[in-house]
Design a binder for this molecule. Structure first.
Ligand code: SF4
Ligand code: SF4
Length: 266
């Protein structure tokens, strides 16, 4: 394992190159499970090798003002957060979907009983994440406490079995076998910020006039974001909806074009 400023740069370069590539692949309807898995495996590999890109940790660093691990200079950390928010505003949560090692490891582990999230569960999950977000900010700003450290994410990716490896994050990883991305959806403070940007994102998966309203996409979506009116705040571009859709061209990763996006029929 290599952890240094230059290795952090490698992770950043990978992310800044991969993100538009993934957006381009989505935009051209070429995203397959194999391509998605390729990026997920590379991302997790980088997570274990260079602990990068771990923006939730860097977000915490920005709040507290010291370096809790990655040691990235503070101005760069803040710049990085802004850049990823802008990229999410443009392209949706590609970073969370495939480029954050924390998210990628949960995506790979999710074995998915095909039970999906209900609208009520989605609201509860959002409330929990807001509570965590406030707790992260309060702990950091008022008490200079790095709450994320107690999750043992660093220990997990550093394979540090001697300290807090077997703590919260390992439990969350185990839970993510059957509950989709618990850390991303309930805890991650950076994910909360990105979900706000994603709600207004220019590019996202949209229904077109080819949609026959069979509801299959909604049946498989693990975050209850596949409805025609859903904002896609919690869409991790996992591709489950596009893979099961029986109508070619009914779901497109695109900008809204007047007349092509269609609402659910009553
Ligand atoms: S929500 Fe947080 S942990 Fe999950 S993928 Fe996004 S940045 Fe990473
Ligand atoms: S199933 Fe579709 S709408 Fe739901 S999270 Fe995956 S890509 Fe997004």
């Amino acid at each position: 394992m290599v952890v240094s400023g230059s290795s952090q740069i490698i992770g950043l370069i990978y992310t800044l190159i991969a993100l538009p590539v993934i957006a381009y692949v989505w935009y051209n309807d070429k995203m397959t499970r194999a391509i998605a898995y390729l990026f997920l495996f590379i991302t997790v590999f980088l997570g274990f090798c260079i602990f990068s890109p771990m923006v939730p940790h860097q977000f915490q660093q920005a709040v507290i003002g010291d370096g809790p691990g990655p040691g990235t200079p503070l101005p760069m950390v803040i710049g990085l957060i802004v850049v990823f928010m802008v990229l999410t505003f443009v392209a949706g949560r590609i970073f969370c979907g495939q480029l954050c090692p924390i998210g990628a490891v949960q995506e790979l582990i999710y074995a998915g009983p095909k039970r999906t999230t209900s609208a009520a569960e989605k609201k509860i999950a959002m409330m929990i994440r807001v509570i965590f977000f406030i707790a992260f900010l309060a702990a950091g700003l008022l008490f200079s406490v790095a709450l994320l450290r107690v999750f043992g994410i660093k220990e997990f990716f550093y394979l540090d079995f001697s300290s807090t490896f077997f703590t919260v994050f390992v439990i969350l990883i185990a839970i993510s076998l059957f509950f989709y991305r618990p850390f991303c959806r309930l805890v991650c403070p950076f994910g909360t910020l990105l979900s706000l940007a994603a709600a207004q994102s220019l590019f996202k998966i949209r229904r077109t006039d080819a949609c026959i309203h069979c509801g299959r996409c909604e049946e498989v979506c693990p975050t209850a974001e596949a409805g025609a009116d859903d904002a896609k705040m919690e869409c991790y571009l996992c591709g489950r909806c596009t893979r099961v859709c029986p109508e070619e061209g009914a779901l497109k990763y695109s900008r809204a074009i007047e007349g092509t996006a269609k609402k659910d029929q009553p």
